[in-house]
Design a binder for this molecule. Structure first.
Ligand SMILES: NC(=O)c1ccc[n+]([C@@H]2O[C@H](COP(=O)([O-])OP(=O)(O)OC[C@H]3O[C@@H](n4cnc5c(N)ncnc54)[C@H](OP(=O)(O)O)[C@@H]3O)[C@@H](O)[C@H]2O)c1
Length: 169
């Protein structure tokens, strides 16, 4: 059984719990967030211990930590969890620059622990099938890629639009 501790009890953590409930061999053991109300609300719904501090969470009987805070704190919490001997599954983006990522990976290797970014597409059946097709029937050299993103239901004060909180593209 992999016992998870959660750092950051916001929107995506609730979705994580919907997924975790369907996974055999993994369970929520403890949670901590910046505000006590968030943690209480979370453990009332999903169980586990509500921790009053990061130290309390990292000292709990957990094997792995799921980090779902905003990107500006991912590196800090990842390194703290790795140094406490916990495997880490960190929300995307894992870090906000290469120097931070290098440091997180250095600590993970030193401690011989898993560090993984919560990037879902590689596991989607559709993407796996697409990869299979591209390997057997390549489309040739890529000449042009155009990508876009539109999230219409967020208010302008959402962290995604904040430069200080490393909002998205
Ligand atoms: N994999 C995916 O498909 C996916 C989808 C959406 C988002 N994400 C990623 O998931 C992360 C969270 O996104 P979200 O939409 O869940 O955001 P959110 O609803 O704002 O939740 C973030 C939570 O982190 C906590 N937090 C923020 N700053 C903190 C800090 N300095 N220390 C401790 N806790 C802190 C907040 O806790 P309090 O409530 O206690 O203040 C908040 O509940 C982002 O990195 C985002 O890119 C991934």
């Amino acid at each position: 059984m992999i016992r998870f501790g959660i750092i950051g009890c916001g929107r995506i953590s609730h979705r994580f719990m919907q997924g975790l409930k369907a996974v055999e061999g993994a369970e929520l053991t403890a949670a901590w967030s910046r505000r006590a109300e968030s943690v209480e609300h979370f453990v009332t719904q999903y169980g586990g211990k509500a921790c009053a501090s990061l130290d309390e969470l990292l000292e709990s009987d957990i094997d792995a930590v799921y980090i779902a805070t905003l990107p500006d704190t991912h590196a800090f919490y990842s390194i703290a969890a790795l140094n406490a001997g916990k495997h880490v599954l960190c929300e995307k983006p894992a870090t906000v620059n290469l120097a931070q990522l290098d440091e997180v990976l250095r600590v993970a290797r030193e401690k011989k622990l898993l560090f993984m970014e919560g990037m879902k597409p590689p596991f989607f059946p559709l993407y796996r099938k697409l990869k299979e097709y591209l390997e057997t029937d390549p489309i040739g050299e890529v000449g042009y890629v155009r990508a876009g993103s539109s999230v219409a239901d967020l208010s302008q004060d959402h962290p995604n639009f904040s430069y200080e909180l490393i909002g998205g593209g």
